[in-house]
Design a binder for this molecule. Structure first.
Ligand SMILES: C[S@@+](CC[C@H](N)C(=O)[O-])C[C@H]1O[C@@H](n2cnc3c(N)ncnc32)[C@H](O)[C@@H]1O
Length: 267
């Protein structure tokens, strides 16, 4: 039985399914964050900030590894889910609702990160530069900001890609579809709409949850480098095609993602 379940919040109203669907690479991604601190900041982080934390997979993992973990997300359902999960696991995690496009942060951190394509919700150059300056303002000297967002592997695939993968926990299997809508392309603002769809099998039942189409920004590697330079607060310390310091971003190992490590400039 397949039950279509439209919702204005889309898949983000189902943080448990999100947590299952996205759990696969979390430990490796946290290992990468730790390795970046040692390689580029030459120290271990104490306080970390997760921007667009989703169901909190990185926050919970890092809190478990002893970090002082804080994060925020636009969706109240996600924030509540992380609070509940942290309480259940006996972990101290600070999580709150905010919008990365306008957030005025408080506190100081050694490491901030914005993973799994969340950075592309910043739609304009002004939003990106303002955001980068705001994050830098709240990093300790030499602190890092790690971003991870989609880039096209071929130019004729811009706004025309679909990815899918599946994860199982107990009797629940979540198949995640990431879908870009080519009909929505605005070539001037370099934006298009994309969407997440979850197909969930839970015991005997199955359902399909359609996300709302959300406008996101195409950010090309050279453009990102120029925006980082324009913000004046960071240097691009490295760019990778996966959560692996060996896989530097170059044509021989290009992937759908660009993982960038920004280092706060000395004043
Ligand atoms: C693809 S998920 C990634 C979540 C998490 N970073 C991860 O790696 O699992 C994108 C998240 O960004 C959040 N989000 C979307 N727009 C946002 C905004 N303007 N400010 C903060 N969070 C936002 C969504 O609610 C969602 O939880």
């Amino acid at each position: 039985m397949s039950v279509p379940e439209p919702s204005p919040a889309g898949v983000y109203a189902y943080p448990r399914y999100y947590a299952i669907g996205y759990q696969w690479n979390t430990k490796a991604e946290c290992d990468f964050l730790e390795a970046c601190m040692l390689q580029f900041a030459r120290r271990k982080a104490a306080g970390v900030l997760d921007i667009g934390c989703g169901a909190g997979r990185h926050l919970l993992e890092l809190a478990g590894r002893g970090y002082t973990a804080s994060g925020f997300d636009l969706r109240p359902e996600m924030v509540q889910f992380v609070k509940d999960a942290a309480k259940q696991a006996g972990l101290a995690v600070t999580v709150f609702q905010d919008d990365l496009r306008t957030a005025t942060l408080s506190g100081r951190f050694d490491l901030a990160f914005c993973l799994m394509d969340t950075f592309r919700f910043l739609l304009t150059n002004d939003e990106i530069i303002r955001h980068l300056r705001e994050v830098a303002e709240h990093l300790n000297p030499g602190g890092l900001y790690v971003t991870d967002f989609w880039i096209p592997t071929k130019w004729d695939q811009i706004a025309n890609e679909i990815y899918q993968w599946e994860q199982t926990e107990g009797d629940t299997t979540v198949r995640v579809f990431y879908v870009q809508h080519p009909d929505s392309v605005n070539p001037v603002s370099q934006t298009f709409e994309d969407e997440l769809v979850f197909k969930v099998e839970e015991g005997e039942t199955s359902k399909e949850i359609h996300g709302t189409r959300t406008r996101t920004r195409l950010i090309m590697p050279q453009e990102f480098q120029a925006l980082v330079m324009a913000c004046g607060a960071f240097d691009l310390a490295g760019a990778f095609s996966d959560f692996d310091l060996i896989k530097t971003l170059e044509p021989s190992c290009i992937s759908w993602r660009m993982v960038s490590v920004l280092k706060k400039r000395a004043p």
